[in-house]
Design a protein around this ligand. Structure first.
Ligand code: F6P
Length: 550
């Protein structure tokens, strides 16, 4: 692939950027009264208003040219065909197969995987229904009331985000907890008020070797057995696994009959709709889970078939590239105006940054441009009273995605109109600002005017859907998945590997014995690391009683 900066459309975009970079959204809107209706796209029930971006029609057509020249169409087709586009791991990338309808045909290495996907979904449905109805009994014969998902990264962020997002649809008689951190406090606080005889652990790990998950799973096993009288048979009633690794699951002591399978062509950060979503299915029930999958699938089909100028993920991906590479914006703020989406920005951080945090191209050459921007955010309106100041009046350009729904799930009172008014007001204020003339006309003393001016011209997308349903969540997640895909194609990177997390893992494994050994270890790290280890060992030895217990 020709390096990005040498592609024809890129060069044209750079020249175009020079021409229009100072254009103000005020002028763009004034010159085209229909801009706010025209620069929008709608598909599968999601409305995207991208008119408040610093673009013209020419920008869009050049970005779409860039997508064409970068081979986006071919790469989309290759992904859906099951080609091994994750080249550094020689794997297909087929999260889209997880939500393909029954009867679909998606072939990898000569095998149609759709029937296997649906067999696992059926097994999950059966299990979830038994837990929800109380038919699945714990070791002492009591029904399960608490479900604890143990996993990390993609095996945690998707489940916890989906549980929070879809809480409205969940069985409120069940308690859900999510344990991820190796910090013992996470496990301890998650189970402190739970009864082991009513608690089921879902150990969710693609590899079933991840340090955090396996440590927490062993602690959970001890906690469970201690609370259940030590009978090893209890494990089968209180532990199930979600994994690609049956051998390790069996080694842990979980009956592989209670294992829910997925496959190496599902990346961790793309797995919330696989068996990794078992906790989601137990929470909301099999029908709602399938409705979420249907939402994913609708967006997949839209992405696969819609022309680029009306393709929501393509438009969002190209706009992300425009700010990241032409305006040198370093971050993207994702601002859901929906309390249920409070974990959505955290979920997106793994999806976007593990995918796009790459510095070499598919061919292994240094990239010639910046890649993945930093994604961050908080639900509105809380963020307005904290970091929005910087977005409005700081020196950095921060493109924002505002997400909002037309209908609330909690109707009483005026909350929803007020919430929505805040979204629209923010996007308006960011785009149009407040000129010195306007500030002066309010009677502001001269010296205060610069402080009260909003220069505006701060770009945003508004994503509007009818209401937060399981189906809408599926569409929203797929929208971002495919936007990330689009960005990765332009940058010519492997969006599906994550070698960057390896080094720290390996070093930590080597260091654990140095921290734990009773004899003074022979340290051969750098002087900083050596003295930190020594200091930690001294601190550990000198630890007194817990002040909370005194
Ligand atoms: O952080 C790296 C990573 O491999 C993620 O991609 C993955 O989601 C997470 O670790 C957990 O891995 P596993 O599901 O194998 O425990």
């Amino acid at each position: 692939m020709t390096p990005l900066t040498q592609r024809r459309a890129w060069k044209a975009l750079e020249a175009h950027h020079q021409k229009i970079k100072k254009l103000h959204l005020r002028d763009l809107f004034a010159a085209d009264p229909k801009r706010g209706e025209r620069m929008t796209a709608e598909a599968v029930g999601i409305y995207l208003d991208y008119s408040k971006n610093r673009i013209t029609d020419e920008t869009l057509s050049l970005l779409i040219q860039l997508a064409g020249e970068s081979g986006l169409r071919e790469r989309i087709d290759a992904m859906f065909r099951g080609e091994k586009i994750n080249i550094t791991e020689t794997r297909a990338v087929l999260h889209v197969a997880l939500r393909a309808p029954r009867g679909a045909s998606i072939v990898i290495d000569g095998e149609n995987v759709a029937p296997r996907v649906h067999a696992v979904l059926d097994k999950m449905s059966d299990f979830s229904s038994r837990v929800r109805s109380g038919a699945w009994k714990g070791h002492t014969g009591k029904p399960i009331r608490n479900i604890v998902n143990i996993g990390i990264g993609g095996s945690d962020l998707g489940p916890v985000m989906a549980y929070e997002a879809l809480k409205h649809y969940s069985d409120r008689s069940l308690t859900f907890r999510f344990v991820s951190n190796i910090d013992g406090a996470d496990f301890a606080e998650s189970v402190r008020d739970l009864d082991p005889s009513e608690t089921l652990f879902i150990v969710a790990s693609k590899t079933f070797t991840t340090l955090e998950t396996m440590t927490n799973a062993h602690t959970a096993r001890d906690w469970s057995l201690k609370g259940l009288g030590g009978d090893e048979k209890a494990v089968a009633r209180h532990f199930v696994a979600v994994s690609t690794n049956a051998a390790e699951v069996a080694k842990f002591g979980i009956d592989t009959a209670n294992m829910f399978e997925f496959w190496d062509w599902v990346g961790g950060r793309y797995s919330m709709d696989s068996a990794i979503g078992l906790s989601t299915m137990v929470a909301i029930g099999p029908d709602s889970f399938r409705s979420m999958l249907d939402g994913f699938h609708q967006m997949d089909e839209h992405f696969r078939t819609a022309p680029f100028d009306r393709n929501l993920p393509v438009l969002m991906g190209l706009l992300a590239v425009w700010y990241n590479n032409l305006f040198n914006a370093q971050t993207v703020a994702v601002l859901p105006y929906d309390q249920y989406l409070k974990r959505f920005p955290a979920y997106l951080q793994q999806l976007t940054m593990e995918s796009s945090g790459k510095r070499v191209t598919l061919a292994g050459a240094e990239v010639t441009c910046e890649t993945g921007p930093i994604y961050w955010g908080e639900p509105g309106t809380n963020g307005q009273h904290s970091f929005y100041q910087l977005i409005h009046q700081g020196t950095r350009l921060i493109p924002c995605d505002f997400i909002v729904f037309g209908q609330t799930l909690n109707p009483p009172g005026r909350h929803h109109d007020m919430l929505v008014a805040n979204v629209f007001a923010q996007t308006e204020a960011l785009a149009f600002g407040k000129t010195p003339e306007q500030v002066k006309a309010e009677g502001t003393p001269e010296w205060l005017v610069p402080h009260r001016v909003f220069e505006g011209n701060r770009p945003s997308n508004t994503i509007l859907a009818e209401r937060l349903t399981p189906q809408a969540l599926g569409k929203l997640v797929a929208l971002y998945e495919h936007s990330v895909f689009t960005q990765g194609v332009i940058w010519d990177i492997d969006s599906f590997d994550q070698w960057g997390v390896e080094l720290g893992k390996v070093l930590a494994q080597r260091m654990i014995p140095e921290l734990e050994s009773t004899a003074e270890p022979n340290l051969s790290h750098d002087s900083s690391t050596n003295s930190l280890i020594r200091r930690y060992r001294r601190l550990k030895e000198s630890s007194g009683p817990d002040p909370a217990q005194q």
